[in-house]
Write a new protein. Sequence first.
Length: 303
Amino acid sequence: MPVNIGEGLSFCGQALEPEQIQLIRQITRDFQQLALTEIAHTVCELLQWKRPNGSLKSRECYLFLQSLQQRGWLPWLPAPQPHARGPHQTRLDTHSDPQEPCLGSLQQWLPLEFELLGSAAERKLFEQYIHRYHYLGYRVPYGAQLRYLIRSQQPPRPWLACLLFTSAAWKMAARDDYIGWSEQARAGNLARVVNNSRFLILPWIQIPNLASHILSRALQRLARDWWAYYAVEPVLVETLVDRSRYSGTCYRAANWISVGLTQGRGRMDRERKAEGERKEIFLYPLQRQWRGQLCGSARESAS
């Protein structure tokens, strides 16, 4: 039996009005012969589901409609078909092979250069490094994201590290308690929190204090770059540290704040079903009045 759509349905934290739900049902029924990606794009256009920079939230809407179909709420939609080409696979080549060790003091390798990825070659190298040397491997990110490759400007200008920033976790009890925001404020202001989801110092780089220095430098430009790409000014950054592998020393040295542990369900688990390793949550405020901005209404925070 299909499940009826009841009260409390929301998209990206925003509660849907009955008229919006009815429009979604009508569009998905009338255009069910189209691909789900096209339907999602159409729904976003009609309901004006946009990011602050004006782009449509088509990817989020695609996943939203897919979830409704799987729950039986939109039974006329066909089940999503697996991609004919299969899941994304990272192809390795010699560009990501280990290099000669970089040793010595941090001062010997300064200044650093932060490359916000632009070229296909840089994106490919970043993907290979993360896949090959980060314990979590590479997964294709979606939604808001910024990727950096960090190198030394001293000859021979070696690559040193990779950084990936993405959209924040939907809900984490310890983080949310520390911020002190309401459900409504969290839904309205979550876009102003950014997640540092990958940080990799390449394994042949052995430079003391490099990691904390990179974190400090990265946060100095993150707000500017995030605004340029997404027209959102972040006020808080979060990250999760697997305590079975790391102690979070570089985050502590860069003045990040430990606020507790996750519940081990994964950062995007909204149904409380996934099981995993509990991780330590670190936060770094980018502005002095960050808490007031996150705990107010989205309209007040933007003013």
